[in-house]
Write a protein that binds this ligand. Structure first.
Ligand code: DLZ
Ligand code: SF4
Length: 512
């Protein structure tokens, strides 16, 4: 039995429910929070992400200290290279005889932490991550023996398990499990988008912003616009605001694309859930309660709960079930280098440029921007899977590999051969036009497929279908599209594919 523990809390585990903190003895133990170079540089993280994590870590440090714990916090300026180096230094400083931590969210770090016992020469205990609603064991059992791992069936099991949105007899509220069909409204400015409250930045956050600006000059992110919550209390206030003012339109416009607002009616809480500031079950329960009180429709509540209880848990399950080889998959053999405008947003396609600029400046884009604008382009253009995944991991404030990899590689790029999605999320400009109002301000025309003003998504879409016809032929859900393509005269098909080649060559001329 180790009498003096060193408890490492990672930058995305800032919750008092962190399992490693459950057995803390304030009289004997030391808690370590460390800002280290390697975690800030393994991809070119958005500065918003680094600032959010550092500020939240420093606020968590202060809360721990206020509750009487002994805390060691190493700021980045101390120059510690790795978490391992930080742990070794803190062991020496504290006199602790063992290390406790919660399992990290990324495979990369897990591999490294498994070696720490050898290198540090003290016992290292990694506690199962209890902050998710489906443990990795639960997911493994759910997946066992199934031919297909569709999210919908996992989600239904989770609804039953946590008794969310159920009638008394255990059937789904309203008679259906899924109201996805009611979550697809296109944006034409139908309702006023409410202004979001912006939390005041305190001295801790202001100083983090200055430090991050100085230390990461070549990373994306406009920190003048930093406005994320950095404590559990602030995050809860933002969530309360969402439930009161945005949830009532969330369902209808979940898939909408709007010129006027980066957030529309989205909750914008994934970053807080993913670093421990909010608890997923409490959020789902609060949304269910809002529905029962008549504050939103069932489609609004179900749409939110499906994302958090369904998708979020499901992608994490997929990640841990299939890593490390999941990362190597490249079903369509996509290898085109990322164009330089992925890092500056300078592309004439309006929808794409808006989504990229917002992503780079704020570290945030909602799921349809990520999946159907940026991801769809990457899929159709055949951009290199590894490069695209690393880009997504870098630019989004809520991105950790457990969530980013399945969403990018599996959902957006269909590079896992259909393990996650029953068909590729490939779409032409028509889809983007239907979902929003970007096309009106674009130099391209979504109704045209070839010619100087034709929307590039159109020719690229058919080029994609043409190139992968053989692979897609095995997919029943693609049958109609493939037969429509085949019905077209050969000459017309050739002209579209050649135009697609030409457009792509122009768009990818300048690799990053
Ligand atoms: C993302 C991140 C960054 C930028 N910096 C730190 C850090 O300095 N210290 C730390 O403990 N965690 C950081 N993180 C979060 C880790 O990268 C994260 O815990 C792993 O990627 C596992 O999810
Ligand atoms: Fe996007 Fe095409 Fe519409 Fe332009 S025309 S905004 S590129 S979908």
């Amino acid at each position: 039995m180790c009498e003096k523990k060193l408890i490492l809390v990672l930058g995305d585990q800032l919750s008092f429910n962190n399992p490693a903190l459950q057995q803390v003895d304030p009289a004997a133990d030391t808690i370590l929070l460390a800002e280290v170079t390697e975690e800030t540089r393994y991809v070119r993280h958005n500065r918003h992400k680094i600032a959010l994590i550092f500020s939240a870590m420093r606020h968590f440090r202060d809360e721990l200290a206020a509750r009487g714990h002994t805390v060691i916090h190493y700021p980045l300026e101390q120059g510690l290279g790795t978490l391992q180096a930080a742990v070794e230094r803190a062991l020496a400083e504290s006199g602790a005889a063992c290390v406790h931590a919660c399992v990290p969210g990324e495979y990369r770090l897990h591999e490294s932490m498994m070696q720490w016992e050898k290198t540090a020469g003290v016992p290292v205990t990694l506690h199962p991550d209890s902050r998710f609603l489906a443990s990795t064991d639960y997911f493994r059992q759910w997946a066992r023996g199934r031919k297909q791992l569709r999210m919908e069936y996992f989600y239904r099991a989770m609804r039953k398990r946590y008794h969310l949105l159920l009638e008394e007899d255990g059937t789904p509220a309203g008679g259906r499990w899924n109201y996805d069909a009611e979550n697809r409204g296109g944006w034409r400015g139908q309702v006023t988008v409410p202004a979001r409250p912006r939390p005041q930045k305190d001295q801790v956050t202001l100083s983090v912003i200055r430090e991050v600006q100085a230390a990461f000059p070549d990373h994306p992110g406009d920190l003048e616009r930093f406005s994320y919550a950095v404590t559990a209390q602030q995050a809860q206030l933002e969530f309360d605001w969402f439930v009161e003012h945005a949830l009532g339109h969330f369902g209808t416009y979940q898939d909408a694309l709007a010129e006027e607002s980066p957030w529309l009616f989205h909750a914008v809480v994934s970053m807080y859930l993913n670093i421990g500031l909010l608890e997923p079950l409490a959020c789902c329960r609060q949304v269910e309660a809002a529905w029962r009180e008549g504050k939103c429709s069932l489609a609004d509540a179900e749409g939110f709960i499906r994302q958090v209880l369904g998708w979020r848990e499901y992608v994490r399950g997929i990640y841990w079930l299939f890593m490390p080889d999941y990362r190597e998959r490249n079903g369509f053999d996509a290898r085109e280098p990322l164009p330089s405008w992925f890092w500056n947003g300078q592309v004439e396609m309006r929808c794409l440029s808006r989504a990229l600029r917002q992503t780079l400046d704020l570290g945030y884009a909602h799921h349809i921007q990520r999946l159907m604008v940026i991801g769809n382009f990457a899929l159709l253009a055949g951009l290199d899977v590894r490069a695209v995944c690393d880009w997504y991991l870098a630019v989004y404030v809520d991105a950790f590999e457990w969530v980013e990899l399945p969403n990018t590689l599996g959902m957006a790029l269909h590079a896992d051969g259909g393990l996650m999605a029953s068909k590729p999320y490939a779409a032409s400009g028509k889809y983007i036009q239907r979902q929003g109002d970007h096309c009106r301000q674009c130099r391209y025309d979504p109704a045209r497929t070839t010619g100087e003003n034709a929307c590039p998504y159109n020719a690229l879409y058919w080029r994609f279908i043409d190139r992968h016809e053989k692979t897609l032929a095995g997919n029943g859900r693609m049958g109609l599209v493939l037969s429509n393509w085949d019905k077209r005269p050969r000459q017309e098909r050739r002209a579209i594919v050649e135009w697609g080649d030409r457009v792509l060559e122009q768009l990818l001329r300048d690799p990053a």
